[in-house]
Design a protein around this ligand. Structure first.
Ligand SMILES: [Zn+2]
Length: 608
C-alpha cells in the first residue's frame, strides 16, 4: 500500500514537472480576409544564463527539399511574465535570439499564409489550414518538451481536425517536438465521414475523412466508402493496419480550384489538397492521391529509412532511400486502385508503360541510379530555384524510377521464386516497420536474401538496379502475364524535338536530351527554329510534319537562331524509341491459362 502511494507520488511529480516545462501556443485569426494569423508561444523554465534561440523550420516532414518558412513572419516580439518587452536580435532569416531571457518567455508574431497545400499555411474566411513547420516558431534545444496548442476562432461552424490529441480543456497535445511538427491542422466547417477498421489481432481503430469542400454529406459518405475499399486492399498487402498512435487516422481533405494540389503523409494523418471544384463527379480522379498517401502509413511513416531519422528542421534530410519510400508507394498506389476495381487493365498498363519508358529512354535514369535520384530530392521536391537547372538530363523522379524498380522486383519474384512484392513488403514490415527500426539499404537487401533464400539474387538485384543504372528485361518478364512490350512507332523517324513552344510568333526549342538527335545536332533550350529540310517553321506541328516524311538514319539541315545569330545544323533521325504495353489478346495471339493466372494473381483483388 505504501509502495503504491510512493509510485503515485512519483507519477504526480513527473507529471507536474512535465506540465511546468510544457511549451504552449495560442493561435487567433483577427485578419482572415488578409490571410494573417496571430501566434503566441509561451516557454516556461527557460535557462536565464544563456541567450534563448527561437527559430522557424527550414524543412517539413514528407517534403524533401529545403524551404524558408521564416519569410512569412513579422512583428515578432518577446516578453517576460510581467509583459515587459525583451531584447531580440535576428541572427538569420529563421533564427531570433532573446539576448537576456527571463525564466518565462512569451513570443508573439504575425504569420501570413495564403498557400493551401501540404507544406505551407493558408488562412482565409473559409478555413485555417496549417502545416506545423510553416506556422509555429520553436525554442532551440527543448525538443523533448511536450507541446499544447489552443485556437481562438469566431466562426461557430468551424471545427478542428488533427492527429494531435484533444485535451479536456479544448487544447491539443503533442508528446514532443517531432510529433508536433508532424501534425497538420485543418480548422473549417468541414464534413466528416468515419468508419471502423479491425486488425487480425482484434484491435479496432477509426479512420476519418475530413472533407472541406462544397459537397453534400451523402457525397462525402459515398467517397469515404470508396476510400474504405482502397484501405482494405492495402491492408491485404501488409497483412494488417499500422497501430495509429491514438487509434485514429485522419484524411484532411481540402478541395478548391484555387488551392495548390498536393498530398502529404504524416504518422496518423495525411493532408490532401486537390484542385477540382468539388468531390462529386471527380471521385475516381481524386482517389490516386488517397491511395498513395495511405500506403505511406506503413511505407515511410513506420517502415522508415534511417536517413530520414530524426527529422532535421534546420535543413532537409538527404535520403538514399526515396526510390523505395516514394517509388514503391507510387507503384502500390496505382496497383491498389486496379485491385480495388477503380482502374481498368488498360489504365494500369498505361501506367506501367509510362514507368518503363521513363527508365528506358530518359537520360536521368540512363546515367544516374535510383539512389542518386533519391538524393537529388533535396533540390527537386518543390525546391525553389530561379536559375535554370539541367534536371531533364540528370534527374528521373524517384517516384517513377522507384516504381519501375518495384515493377521489376514484383515480376522477378513472381517469375523466379513463386513469391510476390507483397511478400517482400510484409517481410520488411515484420523486420523494420512494425518494430519501427529504421532501415538502411543493406537491410533491404538482407531481407530480400532471406525471403528468397538466395543471397546471390538479392545481391545482384541491388547491385544492378539500385546502386547502378542497369534495367530489368521488362519485355520477357511481362510476357509471363500475357503482356506485350513493343515499340510504339516502329520504323518511324524521331528527333526528340518535342514540346516546342511559340514565343512572339517564333517556334522555340525546349531542353534537349543527352544523346538524342536534337542534342547531337547541337540544338539547345531557347533556340528558335527557322527552317528544317528547306521548309520554313512557323507553327508548332510544322516540324512533326517534316519528320513524318523521313526515315530513321536520314539527315536533314536545320536553320535556327541563337542569341540573334543564324546558324545551321545537321540532324540525323533515329527510330522512335517509345514503347507501348498491350495485352497479348489484343494482338490476336492467345492468352494462355498460365499467363491469365499470373496476371490475375498480380492485378486482381487480394482481399479475402
Ligand atoms: Zn509520397
Amino acid at each position: 500500500m505504501k509502495k503504491f502511494v510512493i509510485v503515485v507520488g512519483m507519477i504526480m511529480a513527473s507529471f507536474t514537472l512535465k506540465a511546468q516545462k510544457e511549451i504552449s501556443y495560442e493561435v487567433s485569426f483577427p485578419n482572415l480576409v488578409h490571410h494573417e494569423a496571430q501566434i503566441a508561444l509561451s516557454i516556461p523554465a527557460v535557462p536565464t544564463t544563456v541567450p534563448l534561440k527561437v527559430r522557424f523550420s527550414r524543412s517539413s516532414p514528407g517534403r524533401y527539399a529545403t524551404h524558408e518558412f521564416g519569410k512569412n513572419v513579422y512583428h515578432l516580439k518577446a516578453f517576460d511574465s510581467q509583459g515587459k518587452a525583451l531584447l531580440i536580435k535576428q541572427l538569420s532569416g529563421d533564427i531570433y535570439e532573446i539576448v537576456k531571457p527571463s525564466a518565462f518567455v512569451k513570443i508573439t508574431y504575425t504569420l501570413f499564409g495564403n498557400w493551401v497545400d501540404g507544406t505551407y499555411a493558408g488562412f482565409d474566411e473559409t478555413h485555417a489550414h496549417m502545416n506545423i513547420p510553416a506556422t509555429f516558431a520553436f525554442p532551440v534545444g527543448m525538443d523533448k518538451r511536450p507541446r499544447t496548442v489552443k485556437f481562438n476562432y469566431a466562426n461557430n461552424n468551424w471545427k478542428v481536425a488533427t492527429q494531435l490529441k484533444p485535451l479536456p480543456n479544448g487544447s491539443y497535445y503533442a508528446k514532443d517536438f517531432q510529433y508536433f511538427m508532424d501534425s497538420p491542422i485543418e480548422i473549417s466547417a468541414h464534413k466528416t465521414s468515419s468508419w471502423e477498421v479491425k486488425n487480425p489481432d482484434g484491435k479496432v481503430q477509426t479512420i476519418h475523412l475530413i472533407a472541406h469542400s462544397d459537397d453534400e454529406q451523402s457525397t462525402v459518405d459515398n467517397y469515404a466508402n470508396m476510400i474504405k475499399k482502397v484501405v482494405e486492399e492495402q491492408k491485404a498487402i501488409w497483412g494488417e493496419l499500422p497501430h495509429f498512435d491514438n487509434n485514429h487516422y485522419y484524411f484532411l481533405h481540402d478541395v478548391h480550384p484555387d488551392y495548390a494540389g498536393d498530398g502529404m503523409e504524416h504518422r496518423n494523418s495525411t493532408v490532401i489538397v486537390q484542385r477540382t471544384p468539388r468531390i462529386l463527379g471527380y471521385e475516381s480522379n481524386l482517389l490516386g492521391t488517397f491511395s498513395h498517401e495511405f500506403f505511406h502509413a506503413w511505407n515511410v511513416e513506420r517502415l522508415r529509412p534511417k536517413s530520414l531519422e530524426p527529422f532535421d528542421f534546420t535543413q532537409s534530410n538527404i535520403s538514399e532511400a526515396l526510390w523505395i519510400a516514394e517509388g514503391f508507394t507510387q507503384y502500390y498506389g496505382n496497383l491498389t486502385l486496379k485491385r480495388a476495381n477503380f482502374r481498368t487493365l488498360e489504365n494500369i498498363l498505361q501506367n506501367f508503360n509510362g514507368l518503363i519508358n521513363a527508365v528506358t529512354n530518359a537520360p536521368g535514369a540512363k546515367y544516374f541510379s535510383p539512389i542518386q535520384s533519391s538524393q537529388y530530392a533535396v533540390f527537386a521536391d518543390a525546391g525553389v530555384a530561379i536559375d535554370q537547372t539541367n534536371q531533364p538530363n540528370i534527374f528521373t523522379s524517384y517516384y517513377t524510377y522507384g516504381a519501375a524498380v518495384a515493377l521489376a522486383l514484383d515480376l522477378r519474384l513472381r517469375t523466379d521464386f513463386k513469391l510476390t512484392l507483397d511478400d517482400y513488403m510484409r517481410a520488411l514490415w515484420k523486420a523494420y516497420g512494425k518494430t519501427e527500426i529504421a532501415y538502411t539499404i543493406p537491410d533491404l537487401e538482407k531481407t530480400l536474401a532471406s525471403l528468397t533464400k538466395n543471397q546471390n539474387f538479392a545481391h545482384q538485384f541491388f547491385n544492378d538496379f539500385v546502386y547502378a543504372t542497369k534495367k530489368e528485361n521488362y519485355t520477357s518478364l511481362l510476357l509471363n502475364a500475357g503482356l506485350i512490350l513493343r515499340k510504339a512507332s516502329p520504323g518511324k523517324a524521331f528527333s526528340d524535338i518535342r514540346r516546342l513552344t511559340i514565343n512572339n510568333g517564333k517556334v522555340v526549342v525546349p531542353a534537349t536530351l543527352v544523346g538524342s538527335p536534337a542534342y547531337l545536332a547541337g540544338l539547345d533550350i531557347g533556340d528558335i527554329l527557322l527552317k528544317a529540310d528547306g521548309i520554313e517553321i512557323k507553327a508548332i506541328d510544322d516540324f512533326d510534319k517534316i519528320t513524318e516524311k523521313h526515315n530513321p538514319g536520314e539527315t536533314i539541315e536545320i536553320v535556327y537562331s541563337r542569341r540573334g545569330i543564324e546558324k545551321t545544323a545537321k540532324l540525323t533521325f533515329i527510330e522512335n524509341p517509345n514503347l507501348e504495353l498491350v495485352a497479348i489478346e489484343s494482338t490476336g495471339e492467345a492468352l494462355t491459362p498460365l499467363m491469365k493466372s499470373f496476371r490475375d494473381n498480380w492485378l486482381n483483388s487480394q482481399v479475402k
